[in-house]
Design a protein around this ligand. Structure first.
Ligand code: ATP
Length: 419
């Protein structure tokens, strides 16, 4: 079954509201295994909306539209859908009475405009709206009514329960009662770029059939989504397993987690398993690494405290960084982050310490150390590694990427990879 989504509202075109219904409906339809090939947004304009609905009806089995079902003149969706489906609008006395009662309960009188909401295309199914006044509608459409147009109110608080309780059963029945669901498994990679990953898996990606393999670049990491349609999660995962294994055989060391697992969760899990305590010494990230570590519930098992040492004085006072090292190399240098990491390790009595110092910008860069220059060090008993990175993006991006690099470094150390 192919569905097409239409969102009606000039507000959406002007960027005044975010189209959260698009994300919600797309996600829900994917879960039901219904393909969505197109989504369209159109303003409150009769002719343009008619053209959009006609085109969608041509190429999809089901149209699902949101918005424009209200009582005012610019709420045109009902009229347009009825027109495209070739159905006359008729007054539904029950809806009209319900609307009157809805207003009376709130001590208001119904204006005549509201009666528009009681107009129903002939043969349409009415979807009651518990949360608002505009009922939803399912219109038979296309050749012999073999297709359908589903109209839903715009406000998400009205649309979502209506979709889940009333539209999902309809769609499931349309599909013959046994829907295939989309089963996905996301492999999350660190320390490998999107193009390098694609290159390594070129043949697998080129030959992909079922499951599909889709890489997504995120800030500082890459995700690979394996997806298939199946009658049950077990059936889908069984189909995904051999492809996942083939990927693991090549780049398994870079996979830090699955699905919604964050890097900090994965690193936390590793520290906990090995009974290690970590600490942080942060300059340019101002505590972001410690924040991410402690975002994870249960992180007290492997993290007691960290240091935010923004000024040189703080680096000297709290971490014992020698004044000469700062003078000679500058705060953003490998010798300084090494001293920070060693100081933090000793002060916190931890097993592993990570330290960062960098130029997050937008100012403060020099020819020698431009904005985005970040030094990172990891210290442990009998181990020290320092690296200098050249990162890019806004101040926030640079800070985020720095924190990700620091966590990745801890992961490499703990898993016995080259730090
Ligand atoms: P109502 O009768 O309750 O006004 P409606 O179907 O006429 O419903 P609209 O008038 O188009 O809906 O939109 C009403 C409100 O619903 C908008 O102001 C906005 O807050 C929300 N809304 C509409 N469309 C969307 C969308 N695509 N995503 C998120 N919110 C939306």
């Amino acid at each position: 079954m192919k569905a097409e989504l239409i969102f009606v509202g000039t507000e959406l075109l002007l960027g005044e509201i975010t189209n959260t219904n698009a994300q919600y409906l797309s996600e829900q339809l994917a879960l039901l295994g219904i393909d969505v090939y197109y989504q369209q947004v159109v303003g409150d304009n009769l002719d343009r909306a008619r053209a959009v609905f006609a085109q969608a009806l041509d190429r999809a089995d089901v149209i699902i539209a949101s918005g424009g079902l209200g009582p005012t003149m610019d709420d045109i969706t009902r009229e347009v859908a009825a027109d495209v489906a070739g159905l006359p609008l008729e007054l539904d006395r029950t809806i009209e009475a319900d609307l009157r009662a809805w207003f009376e309960r709130r001590g208001r009188t119904m204006s005549e405009n509201n009666a528009r909401q009681a107009m129903v295309p002939r043969g349409a199914t009415v979807l009651p709206n518990d949360r608002g006044t505009a009922p939803g509608l399912i219109l038979p459409a296309g050749p012999n009514g073999s297709k359908a147009i589903v109209l839903l109110p715009g406000p998400p608080i009205e649309l979502r329960p209506m979709f889940e309780r009333q539209v999902v059963p309809f769609l499931t029945a349309q599909m013959g009662g046994a829907p295939l669901s989309l089963v996905t498994r996301t492999l999350r990679f660190i320390d490998i770029g999107e193009s390098q990953l694609e290159d390594t898996l070129k043949d697998l990606i080129a030959a992909q059939g079922d499951p599909s393999i889709a890489p997504y670049a995120k800030t500082g990491e890459v995700h690979l989504r394996l997806a298939t349609k199946a009658a049950s999660p077990d059936e889908g995962l069984a189909r995904i397993a051999p492809v996942e294994q083939a990927i693991r055989d090549r780049v398994g060391q870079h996979i830090y987690g699955l699905n919604n697992t964050s890097l900090e969760q994965a690193v936390g899990e590793l520290l906990k398993e090995r009974g290690l305590k970590a600490t942080t010494a942060e300059s340019c990230t101002g505590g972001l690494i410690a924040k991410r570590i402690t975002d994870v519930p249960g992180s007290s098992a492997y993290f007691d405290f960290g240091f935010v040492t923004y000024s040189n004085e703080a680096k000297m006072k709290l971490l014992g960084v020698p004044a000469e090292t700062l003078d000679q190399h500058g705060a953003v240098s490998e010798p300084v982050v090494v001293a920070m990491a060693q100081g933090a390790l000793a002060e916190a009595g931890a097993d592993v310490a990570v330290a960062v110092s960098g130029i997050a910008g937008p100012d403060g860069g020099t020819a020698e150390k431009p904005v985005g220059t970040v030094c990172i060090a990891l210290a442990a008993k009998d181990h020290i590694t320092a690296r200098t990175l050249q990162l890019w993006g806004s101040r926030q991006d640079i800070r985020d990427r720095t924190a990700t690099h620091a966590l990745a470094m801890v992961r490499r150390f703990v898993t016995g990879q080259k730090v």
